[in-house]
Ligand binder design. Structure first.
Ligand code: GRF
Length: 199
Protein backbone atom coordinates (compact mmCIF):
# COMPACT_ATOMS: atom_id res chain seq x y z
CA UNK A 1 0.00 0.00 0.00
CA UNK A 2 1.26 3.46 -0.92
CA UNK A 3 1.92 6.11 1.69
CA UNK A 4 -1.42 7.93 2.19
CA UNK A 5 -1.51 11.52 0.92
CA UNK A 6 -1.47 13.93 3.85
CA UNK A 7 -2.48 17.08 2.03
CA UNK A 8 -2.06 20.79 2.68
CA UNK A 9 -4.29 23.00 0.52
CA UNK A 10 -3.06 26.51 -0.26
CA UNK A 11 -5.60 29.03 -1.51
CA UNK A 12 -6.35 32.73 -1.66
CA UNK A 13 -10.07 32.93 -2.36
CA UNK A 14 -13.48 31.34 -2.14
CA UNK A 15 -12.26 27.73 -2.16
CA UNK A 16 -14.76 26.10 -4.49
CA UNK A 17 -12.14 23.60 -5.71
CA UNK A 18 -11.26 22.78 -2.10
CA UNK A 19 -14.99 22.25 -1.49
CA UNK A 20 -15.18 19.84 -4.45
CA UNK A 21 -12.15 17.92 -3.14
CA UNK A 22 -13.62 17.70 0.38
CA UNK A 23 -16.98 16.50 -0.97
CA UNK A 24 -15.24 13.78 -2.97
CA UNK A 25 -13.34 12.71 0.16
CA UNK A 26 -16.52 12.67 2.26
CA UNK A 27 -18.18 10.50 -0.36
CA UNK A 28 -15.27 8.06 -0.26
CA UNK A 29 -14.17 8.90 -3.81
CA UNK A 30 -10.56 9.62 -2.79
CA UNK A 31 -9.43 6.82 -0.52
CA UNK A 32 -5.89 6.98 0.82
CA UNK A 33 -5.82 10.80 1.14
CA UNK A 34 -6.94 13.45 3.58
CA UNK A 35 -6.61 17.20 3.96
CA UNK A 36 -4.73 17.98 7.16
CA UNK A 37 -4.10 21.71 6.78
CA UNK A 38 -5.34 24.73 4.83
CA UNK A 39 -3.19 27.82 4.43
CA UNK A 40 -4.16 31.17 2.94
CA UNK A 41 -2.24 34.39 2.37
CA UNK A 42 -5.60 36.16 2.71
CA UNK A 43 -7.06 36.23 6.24
CA UNK A 44 -10.57 36.79 4.84
CA UNK A 45 -10.48 33.98 2.29
CA UNK A 46 -13.55 31.76 2.15
CA UNK A 47 -11.24 28.76 1.96
CA UNK A 48 -10.17 29.33 5.60
CA UNK A 49 -13.79 29.47 6.78
CA UNK A 50 -14.56 26.31 4.85
CA UNK A 51 -11.62 24.53 6.48
CA UNK A 52 -12.63 25.61 9.98
CA UNK A 53 -16.24 24.58 9.37
CA UNK A 54 -14.92 21.11 8.52
CA UNK A 55 -12.62 20.88 11.54
CA UNK A 56 -9.45 21.21 9.45
CA UNK A 57 -6.64 23.40 10.84
CA UNK A 58 -6.76 26.74 8.98
CA UNK A 59 -3.81 29.12 9.00
CA UNK A 60 -3.43 32.63 7.67
CA UNK A 61 0.16 32.97 6.51
CA UNK A 62 1.72 35.51 4.16
CA UNK A 63 5.11 36.93 3.33
CA UNK A 64 3.81 40.38 4.27
CA UNK A 65 2.79 39.16 7.70
CA UNK A 66 6.18 37.44 8.25
CA UNK A 67 8.25 40.46 7.15
CA UNK A 68 10.56 38.62 4.75
CA UNK A 69 10.54 35.74 2.30
CA UNK A 70 13.00 33.86 4.48
CA UNK A 71 10.82 34.11 7.60
CA UNK A 72 7.77 33.16 5.53
CA UNK A 73 9.42 30.05 4.09
CA UNK A 74 10.68 28.98 7.52
CA UNK A 75 7.21 29.33 9.03
CA UNK A 76 5.57 27.57 6.09
CA UNK A 77 7.97 24.61 6.21
CA UNK A 78 7.52 24.34 9.98
CA UNK A 79 3.74 24.21 9.60
CA UNK A 80 3.96 21.59 6.84
CA UNK A 81 6.27 19.49 8.97
CA UNK A 82 4.16 19.84 12.12
CA UNK A 83 1.12 18.50 10.26
CA UNK A 84 3.22 15.77 8.58
CA UNK A 85 2.24 17.01 5.12
CA UNK A 86 3.59 15.01 2.17
CA UNK A 87 1.55 16.57 -0.64
CA UNK A 88 0.46 20.13 -1.51
CA UNK A 89 -2.61 21.12 -3.49
CA UNK A 90 -2.84 24.69 -4.81
CA UNK A 91 -6.47 25.73 -5.13
CA UNK A 92 -6.70 29.31 -6.29
CA UNK A 93 -3.41 30.27 -4.62
CA UNK A 94 -2.43 33.64 -6.07
CA UNK A 95 1.18 33.70 -4.85
CA UNK A 96 4.31 32.08 -6.17
CA UNK A 97 5.37 29.00 -4.22
CA UNK A 98 8.86 29.69 -2.81
CA UNK A 99 11.71 27.80 -4.48
CA UNK A 100 12.74 26.01 -1.27
CA UNK A 101 9.25 24.60 -0.85
CA UNK A 102 9.19 23.40 -4.48
CA UNK A 103 12.57 21.73 -3.93
CA UNK A 104 11.41 19.97 -0.75
CA UNK A 105 8.13 18.85 -2.36
CA UNK A 106 9.44 18.07 -5.86
CA UNK A 107 6.68 16.26 -7.87
CA UNK A 108 4.42 16.57 -4.83
CA UNK A 109 2.71 19.90 -5.54
CA UNK A 110 -0.19 20.24 -7.98
CA UNK A 111 -2.15 23.19 -9.31
CA UNK A 112 -5.29 23.65 -11.37
CA UNK A 113 -5.34 26.12 -14.24
CA UNK A 114 -8.53 27.26 -16.01
CA UNK A 115 -7.36 26.57 -19.59
CA UNK A 116 -5.84 23.81 -21.70
CA UNK A 117 -2.13 24.25 -20.95
CA UNK A 118 0.32 24.87 -22.49
CA UNK A 119 -2.02 27.39 -24.09
CA UNK A 120 -3.06 30.44 -22.08
CA UNK A 121 -0.64 29.91 -19.18
CA UNK A 122 2.25 31.85 -17.66
CA UNK A 123 2.62 35.21 -15.93
CA UNK A 124 -0.51 37.37 -16.08
CA UNK A 125 -2.69 34.44 -17.15
CA UNK A 126 -4.98 34.04 -14.17
CA UNK A 127 -8.66 34.45 -13.38
CA UNK A 128 -10.75 36.25 -15.95
CA UNK A 129 -7.65 37.21 -18.03
CA UNK A 130 -7.42 33.59 -19.17
CA UNK A 131 -11.00 33.42 -20.43
CA UNK A 132 -10.79 36.85 -22.05
CA UNK A 133 -7.70 35.70 -23.96
CA UNK A 134 -9.37 32.46 -25.11
CA UNK A 135 -12.31 34.45 -26.48
CA UNK A 136 -10.06 37.10 -28.03
CA UNK A 137 -8.08 34.43 -29.89
CA UNK A 138 -11.30 32.84 -31.12
CA UNK A 139 -10.51 29.36 -29.79
CA UNK A 140 -13.47 26.97 -30.07
CA UNK A 141 -12.28 24.80 -27.18
CA UNK A 142 -11.06 25.59 -23.69
CA UNK A 143 -10.93 23.58 -20.47
CA UNK A 144 -9.01 22.97 -17.29
CA UNK A 145 -5.62 21.43 -16.51
CA UNK A 146 -4.19 19.84 -13.38
CA UNK A 147 -0.40 19.97 -13.49
CA UNK A 148 2.66 19.49 -11.32
CA UNK A 149 4.18 22.70 -9.99
CA UNK A 150 7.78 23.54 -10.81
CA UNK A 151 9.77 26.78 -10.78
CA UNK A 152 8.02 28.26 -13.85
CA UNK A 153 4.39 29.41 -13.85
CA UNK A 154 1.90 26.86 -15.24
CA UNK A 155 4.75 24.78 -16.61
CA UNK A 156 5.08 21.38 -14.85
CA UNK A 157 3.96 18.02 -16.25
CA UNK A 158 0.26 17.67 -16.99
CA UNK A 159 -1.66 15.22 -14.80
CA UNK A 160 -5.19 15.59 -16.19
CA UNK A 161 -7.11 17.82 -18.62
CA UNK A 162 -10.71 18.10 -19.73
CA UNK A 163 -12.14 20.34 -22.42
CA UNK A 164 -15.31 22.38 -22.88
CA UNK A 165 -16.70 23.93 -26.06
CA UNK A 166 -16.45 27.70 -26.44
CA UNK A 167 -19.73 28.81 -28.04
CA UNK A 168 -20.01 31.95 -30.18
CA UNK A 169 -22.23 33.58 -27.53
CA UNK A 170 -19.82 32.83 -24.65
CA UNK A 171 -18.41 35.72 -22.61
CA UNK A 172 -15.42 35.51 -20.26
CA UNK A 173 -17.93 35.11 -17.42
CA UNK A 174 -19.97 32.32 -18.99
CA UNK A 175 -16.81 30.51 -20.06
CA UNK A 176 -15.35 30.84 -16.55
CA UNK A 177 -18.48 29.21 -15.12
CA UNK A 178 -18.29 26.29 -17.57
CA UNK A 179 -14.59 25.78 -16.91
CA UNK A 180 -15.07 25.95 -13.13
CA UNK A 181 -17.57 23.09 -13.36
CA UNK A 182 -14.93 21.02 -15.16
CA UNK A 183 -12.32 21.98 -12.54
CA UNK A 184 -14.56 20.56 -9.82
CA UNK A 185 -14.67 17.26 -11.70
CA UNK A 186 -11.02 16.84 -12.59
CA UNK A 187 -9.29 18.11 -9.43
CA UNK A 188 -10.70 15.38 -7.15
CA UNK A 189 -10.13 12.84 -9.94
CA UNK A 190 -6.48 13.88 -10.35
CA UNK A 191 -5.88 13.56 -6.60
CA UNK A 192 -7.49 10.13 -6.63
CA UNK A 193 -5.21 9.06 -9.49
CA UNK A 194 -2.14 10.26 -7.60
CA UNK A 195 -3.27 8.69 -4.32
CA UNK A 196 -3.73 5.39 -6.16
CA UNK A 197 -0.29 5.69 -7.79
CA UNK A 198 -1.81 6.02 -11.28
CA UNK A 199 -0.25 9.38 -12.10
C1 GRF B 1 -9.91 28.53 -10.25
O1 GRF B 1 -10.50 29.02 -11.39
C2 GRF B 1 -8.56 27.94 -10.56
O2 GRF B 1 -8.45 27.47 -11.86
C3 GRF B 1 -7.63 29.09 -10.37
O3 GRF B 1 -8.19 29.87 -9.35
C4 GRF B 1 -9.59 29.62 -9.23
C5 GRF B 1 -9.84 29.21 -7.83
O4 GRF B 1 -11.20 29.16 -7.51
N1 GRF B 1 -6.29 28.62 -10.15
P1 GRF B 1 -11.65 28.55 -6.10
O5 GRF B 1 -11.03 29.40 -5.00
O6 GRF B 1 -11.23 27.12 -6.05
O7 GRF B 1 -13.14 28.70 -6.11
Amino acid sequence: MRDPLRIAVLGSGRGSNFHAILSAMHEGRIPNADVRLVISNNSKAGILELASANGIPAEHLSEKQCGSEEAFVARLLTLLQRHEINFIVLAGYMKRVPRRVIEQFRHRIINIHPALLPKFGGPGMYGTHVHEAVIRYGDRVSGATVHLVDEAYDHGAIVLQKSVAVEPHDTAESLAAKVLKIEHEIYPEAIRMIAEGRA
